[in-house]
Design a protein. Structure first.
Length: 627
């Protein structure tokens, strides 16, 4: 993995920004601490920051130019099937000067043209410049595992791995108010949109081709949504999943540097560890636990898996102080408002893992494909109208009065019942939107003083909800999650936090062959009244300890409520959410924020800490950029 940045100038004024590329590369040096490089020719400048993983020699340094001098590539990611393609190219007479996947990628393009994208099994963001034709190709992997941000105005098109590398060109920083409104609902900004005007994330599975100042956008891949057309029995489908996932894990273990795996103790990462252990002795595995928060600590389950597969297991046992001491490092690195608080834990896990490995496998993606979240079971039960649903729906006023909190079992159960009862009163589209959100639309609107175009908001919302209908299936919900939650939250979080520590994370579940397969499966293979991720659990039941099954899903949680009431209290009341500052800033409604602060210190905080965290992240980011 690496960091890339580049610029295509439409005129002489655009070329004047070429001298900013060194600063752009420097801003993403954590993504690639092993070397930097710059290429310039006529209207194009390309920059690269390298994390050496495949062929760590100078022969594989980037920007990489072919032997003829015509083609130059910058590449962030991994091309897992490059050895197979290298053999095919060698048989065609291609001679290689390195052992890198980057060089194979470039020659595959030279031989195949743009259709080469369909032959890549991997995660990537790349740019290839053809000096003879003076064309620039910019492309992103099928699922959106690797980020690529694009800014365009009348003079230039700029692209980069992270927003901070875009900002290094001194572009105008005008907040997109619709994006801010969405951020206040989700605690992240839905892709492909950005916090800034004229800036977007390139749609996964698409490319931009620029020639003679003309921009052509094409989508070369879409996740199939075939209405469950697979013709396999449940047992046959389990076997197929095992074969596909095993192949995917094996491909992703190719590395010239130390490799390990995250092991949370959940089904997904445990499956990856079980399969990876077939291909190496004593796999390095890494977990984090919480000394002060036993409700969230899952290291017992991770230890069971590590013992079963005799891995070299390391547990990073964290105190609340450890998490708190890491908070400002994360806030400083975030370059666009993003308030998934589990990023704090992912950052620490990545930081410690990097001491022992340069590459780590993870279980990301399984929940979104196979129905692993509590909200998936909620959607499933909401669609099955019954007596229990009627009671919960009728009891809505009662659930709201009972104290709710994420920090204990009883409070969390009431919180979930309350959200479920809310959803039962909504249409399928609105239910999905609400269950993805932290704030509802009214709460977010009340918070915001800035004006936004309601028509634009409705168009964006309808685009995100386009796959959900009045008779939506679980498959429709999962398909929407792949485009909203996975892209904008989960993958963004892992890439940002891992690369800030120069760690490459690989995601075997998101091999496009597995994604294609998963979205042909019937809903009944994924979820029923008692089981989420049914096919995944059953396929690997004999490979995992019994204790991993049928237990609550916790995920990464951090003790925000305690911090806000103690260590961060003065930061909230005297600085970032100070009444005078809010009034001078003129972005938020000071009266609404006063109400939130009162609730924060009340006996019934509900989920206020997540809403407050979203504001803290935004305010910290705003001060960095505008104050």
């Amino acid at each position: 993995m690496c960091g890339i940045t580049g610029i295509y100038a439409f005129n002489e004024n655009g070329k004047s920004y070429f001298d900013k590329i060194t600063e752009s590369i420097k801003s993403i040096s954590f993504r690639g601490p092993d070397g930097t490089g710059v290429f310039k020719h006529k209207n194009v400048a390309l920059g690269h920051s390298r994390l050496a993983v495949i062929d760590t020699s100078e022969a594989a340094a980037q920007p990489f130019t072919d032997i003829s001098g015509r083609y130059t590539i910058i590449f962030n990611g991994e091309f897992y099937n490059f050895k197979q393609q290298q053999t095919i190219l060698k048989n065609k007479g291609v001679k290689f000067k390195s052992n890198s996947d980057t060089e194979v990628l470039l020659y595959l393009y030279i031989n195949e043209g743009i259709s080469f994208l369909e032959k890549i099994n991997g995660c990537f963001a790349l740019a290839i410049y053809d000096k003879k034709e003076e064309t620039l190709l910019i492309a992103r992997d099928r699922i959106g595992i690797k980020p690529l941000i694009v800014y365009k105005d009348d003079d230039k098109l700029i692209f980069a791995s992270e927003m901070k590398a875009i900002l290094a060109y001194n572009i105008p920083k005008k907040i997109n108010n619709v994006s801010l409104y969405n951020y206040l609902q989700f605690n992240y900004i839905p892709s492909p949109y950005s916090i800034f005007e004229n800036t977007e994330k390139l749609i996964p599975g698409s490319y931009i081709l620029i020639k003679n100042n003309n921009i052509e956008r094409t989508q070369y891949y879409k996740i199939p949504h075939t209405n469950n057309k697979i013709e396999l029995t449940y047992n046959q489908a389990q076997q197929k999943l095992i074969e596909l996932l095993s192949d995917s894990v094996k491909l992703r273990m190719i590395s010239d540097v130390p490799l390990g795996a995250f092991l949370s103790g959940g089904i997904d990462s445990s499956v990856i560890v079980a399969l990876a252990s077939q291909f190496t002795k004593h796999l390095n595995t890494f977990s984090i636990g919480y000394k002060d928060e036993p409700f969230f600590d899952e290291t017992h389950y991770a230890n069971l898996v590590a013992k079963k597969y005799n891995t070299n297991h390391t547990v990073f046992s964290l105190s609340n102080d450890d998490l708190f001491n890491n908070l400002y490092k994360v806030l400083d690195y975030i370059d666009e408002p993003f308030a998934d608080s589990s990023a704090l834990a992912v950052n620490i896990l990545s930081m410690h893992t990097r001491d022992k490995a340069t590459v780590a496998l993870s279980g990301d993606g399984a929940d979104e494909m196979f129905a692993g979240y509590n909200k998936h079971m909620a959607h499933f039960k909401a669609n099955n109208k019954n007596f229990v649903n009627a009671i919960i729906k009728t009891g809505s006023p009662l659930w709201k009065k009972i104290p709710q909190s994420r920090n204990n079992k009883f409070g969390n159960t009431i919180r979930q019942i309350n959200r479920f009862s809310e959803g039962l009163n909504l249409s399928e589209k609105e239910r999905y939107w609400r269950w993805c959100a932290i704030n509802n639309e009214k709460e977010a609107s009340n918070l915001l003083n800035l004006k936004y175009t309601n028509r634009n908001y409705k168009e964006i919302k309808e685009s995100i909800l386009r796959h959900i209908t009045q008779n939506s299936t679980i498959s429709d919900i999962l398909y929407s999650d792949m485009h909203l939650v996975l892209q904008s939250d989960m993958l963004h979080k892992v890439d940002l936090m891992s690369m800030s520590n120069s760690l490459e994370v690989r995601t075997p579940f998101l091999d496009h062959n597995i994604v294609d397969f998963a979205f042909q499966l019937p809903d009944s293979y994924k979820i029923n009244n008692s089981t989420k991720k049914r096919i995944l659990q059953d396929a690997f039941r004999l490979n995992l300890p019994d204790e991993l099954y049928n237990r609550p899903k916790h995920g990464f949680e951090v003790p925000l409520l305690k911090w806000f009431r103690n260590e961060l209290k003065s930061t909230i009341t005297d600085d970032l959410l100070n009444d005078k500052f809010i009034e001078e800033q003129s972005i938020f409604n000071v009266d609404e924020i006063k109400k939130m602060k009162l609730k924060l210190f009340s006996s019934n905080p509900e989920d206020i800490q997540s809403r407050i965290w979203g504001l803290i992240v935004f305010q910290y980011w705003w001060k960095k950029n505008f104050h």
